[in-house]
Design a binder for this molecule. Structure first.
Ligand SMILES: [Zn+2]
Length: 433
């Protein structure tokens, strides 16, 4: 039994510690998370992982860290459902960010400054540290109301997304750990919407790096002969430009959005024989090459594209060869396009859509993402995955200078996830994977 004086002292201690705990809010936790320097090429993974782990533990979630590649941790949080035999729900986000040039920002990119309008400026504010914290804040609120999910909810934080995900999500998804999660449905990052409709993404485009090479007989610059390397390459460049134009015309005419055409962009040209003053001008070189960034929408046939490249872009009869570097899968393990159904054939979709409506939100027409995310690795296993970051009336600033998110948008997103997580984790119609 404490003496009266000690009781007073204890009461002060308890109330002051309570005050300190109250000072941390969803927004300050978001700001704290934004301050970790997670930009490539040297992302700090240790500090954000321990920060997230401590939040998870305070919420009573199980936290596990895996290193499928040394020093590239995957953090997995688990909220066990009342019926863990149901396929689980996975909420994914990536830990890393792209670099930022501080001199081009109005606030330092890792200071998470909140201006007087409530805009929080930081690299990663939209891509995708917002959802990382929103998932946890939604779980905090659901737990606070005594909600218990039926299916188990997992939250994963993966490294290396911004550089292709090979050492992050790809290894995680291929692991036995992932297999044992029995994931039925994934939510991953999406993008901001400039109007009041939430954007949702059901597929990504697959990036191909296409390199075409020509070889030919070297010769004097004065001689005209067939099959010179540069000449052969330039003929291919023309063929490729015509294909590029055909795709671009579809886009310009508004017949398809950018993410549904095959984009083709020349990124480098390499030819010529260097000399101390530039290039040797009276010699035709024996080698020439060009590099293209090609992005394939899921509806495009990769075999047909390979055939086109082999026959038209780099035909052997013109002494050409080619190389295609594919980043990640383009078809799932059953050979189907990496696409998540957004109709009532997918029960997860129907529940997701209803949850957004219940949260007072509107969903835009489902889209294909023009670039790629980690969701493609889950789709490769045939797991339905949607890209969704609840940001409306927000300029699209991912990878841009002065990336920011308004506090009110961030807070509204937490409420949206409360609806989404509670609905997706409690319907029992899908009971097998
Ligand atoms: Zn991202």
């Amino acid at each position: 039994m404490p003496t009266p004086l000690l009781s007073v002292f204890l009461a002060i201690l308890i109330s002051s510690s309570t005050t300190t705990a109250d000072e941390a809010t969803p927004v300050t936790r978001f700001q704290q998370y934004l301050r970790f320097k997670t930009a490539h090429p040297n992302p700090n993974y240790t500090a954000p992982v321990s920060f997230l782990t401590s939040i998870a533990e305070s919420l009573g979630l199980k936290a596990q860290t895996f290193e499928f590649v040394a020093e590239k941790p995957v953090l997995l949080l688990t909220w066990t459902g009342s019926n863990p035999s149901l396929p689980s729900l996975l909420l994914n986000s990536h830990l890393d960010s792209v670099p930022a040039e501080p001199s081009k920002w109005i606030h330092p990119p890792f200071a998470a400054v909140r201006d007087q309008d409530g805009k929080i400026f930081a690299r990663g504010a939209q891509d995708d540290k917002c959802i990382a914290i929103q998932y946890l804040e939604a779980i905090r609120n659901l737990k606070g109301r005594g909600f218990v999910p039926a299916r188990t909810v997992h939250v994963s934080y993966v490294p290396e997304e911004e550089i292709g995900g090979e050492d992050g999500a790809q290894k995680f998804v291929a692991s036995q750990v992932f297999d044992e999660l029995r994931v039925g449905f994934v939510l991953d990052e999406g993008q901001a919407s400039v109007n009041d409709e939430f954007r949702v993404f059901y597929a990504d485009r697959s990036p191909w790096k296409v390199i075409i090479k020509a070889i030919g007989q070297p010769g004097h610059g004065s001689r005209m002969y067939d099959n010179g390397a540069t000449e052969n390459l330039m003929e291919s460049v023309e063929v490729i430009s015509r294909f590029r134009e055909s795709q671009f015309d579809v886009l310009k005419a508004g017949k398809a959005p950018a993410s549904e055409v095959i984009s083709v962009n020349p990124v480098y040209l390499k030819a010529g024989i260097p000399s101390p003053t530039g290039f040797v001008m009276n010699m035709q070189p024996s080698e020439a090459e060009a590099g293209y960034d090609v992005r394939m929408p899921p509806a495009a046939d990769p075999d047909l594209m390979r055939k086109r490249i082999a026959e038209e872009w780099a035909p052997a009869e013109r002494n050409m060869t080619f190389e295609i570097q594919e980043k990640g899968p383009i078809r799932d393990l059953k050979g189907n396009p990496l696409v998540t159904a957004t109709d009532d054939s997918n029960p997860w979709w129907s529940v997701f859509k209803q949850a957004i409506a219940a949260a007072g939100g509107k969903l835009g027409k489902p889209e294909i993402l023009a670039s790629t995310t980690d969701a493609r690795f889950m789709r490769e296993l045939g797991i339905p995955a949607l890209g969704f970051s609840p940001m409306t009336n927000t300029p699209i600033l991912l990878h841009d200078h002065n990336e920011f998110l308004e506090e009110s948008v961030f807070l509204k997103g937490i409420g949206v996830y409360e609806h989404v997580i509670s609905s997706l984790s409690s319907f029992e119609a899908v009971n097998d994977v």
